[in-house]
Design a protein around this ligand. Structure first.
Ligand code: TMP
Length: 206
């Protein structure tokens, strides 16, 4: 039986997920809940190896279907090994990206279609659907400026450029319209304002 809540954060690269995940975790801990933060792809020994393959810029010959299946493989591993046991133990699980990323990046931006992605998402995630998902919405230009300010190296997906990120963003916004668990938040406002909105939505599901 699932006793914890499953909370996911989504958005294009550089949208500010990490900061908001920290705010959400602090809020939940202050409320007395156990929390676990995981990330996708990754979060397990096997998943981190898959992540290295996926994000390595040298793997520029990777076809979209391989990319999709690797993301789903990493997901199957983390769902069974980490997420389900934690939720059953009553832990609040906060996941930095989950299957909505696959809808936006592979389904829409890579053009593989959301029907196929949804089928594979269901197989990999079993019945493990998020209770709430925060989509931090930012323009690719703003996100790029933030990434530059942090001085981070680009990974294989980030190196696809702004027009790819634009497709990802459009995909997310369209996807969110048909999934009421997704709360779209304007991520161009201050960290505090976004944090307040995240906390108020979390309070409503506890
Ligand atoms: P991160 O940099 O936020 O950790 O995410 C790694 C990259 O993987 C990011 O560019 C988004 C991408 N991604 C997908 O394309 N599909 C997916 O299903 C997931 C989880 C991430």
């Amino acid at each position: 039986m699932r006793k914890g809540r499953f909370i996911t954060f989504e958005g294009i690269d550089g949208c500010g997920k990490s900061t908001q995940i920290g705010i959400a975790q602090k809020f939940l801990n202050d409320m007395g809940y156990e929390t676990m933060i995981v990330r996708e792809p990754g979060g397990t020994v096997v998943g981190e190896k898959i992540r290295t393959i996926l994000l390595d810029k040298k793997n520029d010959s990777m076809v979209s279907m391989t990319e999709l299946l690797l993301y789903e493989a990493a997901r199957a591993q983390i769902v069974e090994e980490k997420i389900i046991p934690a939720l059953e133990a009553g832990t609040m699980v906060i996941c930095d990206r989950f299957y909505d990323s696959t809808a936006a990046y592979q389904g829409y931006a890579r053009g593989l279609g959301t029907e196929l992605v949804e089928t594979l998402n269901d197989i990999a995630a079993k019945d493990c659907s998020p209770d709430i998902t925060f989509l931090l919405d930012l323009t690719p230009r703003q996100a790029l400026e933030r990434r530059k300010a942090r001085g981070e190296d680009e990974d294989r997906l980030e190196a696809m450029g702004t027009s790819f990120q634009e497709k990802v963003r459009d995909g997310y916004l369209l996807w969110a319209k048909s999934h009421p668990r997704i709360r779209t938040i304007d991520a161009s406002v201050s960290v505090e304002q976004i944090g307040d909105e995240v906390i108020s939505c979390l309070s409503a599901i506890l």
